[in-house]
Design a protein around this ligand. Sequence first.
Ligand SMILES: NC(=O)c1ccc[n+]([C@@H]2O[C@H](COP(=O)([O-])OP(=O)(O)OC[C@H]3O[C@@H](n4cnc5c(N)ncnc54)[C@H](O)[C@@H]3O)[C@@H](O)[C@H]2O)c1
Length: 304
Amino acid sequence: MNVLVTGSSGLVGSTVMELLSSEGHIAVGFDQRKSPITDKFTVETGDLCDFPRLASIIKKYNINAIVHSGGISHPHAGEVSPYETVRTNILGTSTIFEAARIFNISKVVYLSSGAVYGNNSAAVTTIDSKVNPENTYAVSKLTGEQLGEVYNRNYGMNVISLRLAFVYGPNRFMPDPIKSLLERAVHGEDIDDAAGGDQQLEFIYVKDAALAVYKALQAENCSSSVFNIGTGVNTKIKEVAAVIKKIYPNVYIRIGPGDLGYDFIGAFDCSEAEKQLQFKAKYHLEAGITDYAKHLENIHKADK
Ligand SMILES: NC(=O)c1ccc[n+]([C@@H]2O[C@H](COP(=O)([O-])OP(=O)(O)OC[C@H]3O[C@@H](n4cnc5c(N)ncnc54)[C@H](O)[C@@H]3O)[C@@H](O)[C@H]2O)c1
């Protein structure tokens, strides 16, 4: 496959670039900012809403599939600039779908978010659970999914939307409680946070998120086009801290009660992704944090 990966300098996009390349595919990145990925792979810079630029890249590299991972990727960042979130995530996504339609690229994997569910009190969140987007980011993600459905129905495309749980791992630059705790632990710093221990999130390691994207790219004849992608496990930040303490026993860690302002979403039922995409997360929390810690330790050593 010749795959255009938008958001290739970001957390998920950069990992998808690595995975596609290691599997022998041509991966062409597209992002508005440069990153270490830019030097390692073929990456074009530009804005998601710039149709002529995207069209010339699609033609230049003979693209036949798209992973749309670019955009404003965090609910809190989305509230800083609602207008920019709508422009980038809704107009940007529609620009990608339109380019795909015009260039006869039927397979597009669109990265949506569990944020579309909003706060729910469910023990388990299935793909049929009520959606209730509560912020601009969540509205933008749901709109992208709905546009994808329209392109599937009206233009014969094969857009697959993946509702990702909270992704952690190397190259995350958006706020992330795991990153915040682990970076301090790797640097040997005490951790004494006033609040946040009760915040509960479903964490998925970025290598698993990239694997789900890869499986979705390969999937044919799925009976549905929107999937939950997570681990099916919600974890409190104080439990994350206990995992980090196990890896770094000499680091002092104390986290006060309360949350960090993220929605509470019942743990994902990912059975349809397992059945239709043959995707199942491989990394449980401790395995993912251990792998991430090795990456941060290497950076720390190189900086010394
Ligand atoms: N990280 C998570 O926890 C998470 C959870 C659920 C869903 N998602 C979704 O997955 C996708 C990828 O998330 P991520 O964590 O890799 O995000 P990220 O913020 O790490 O990467 C997004 C990339 O998009 C680029 N970008 C933003 N606006 C652009 C524009 N106008 N033109 C070109 N490039 C632009 C950014 O420069 C960035 O490199 C996003 O669509 C996000 O909504 C992420």
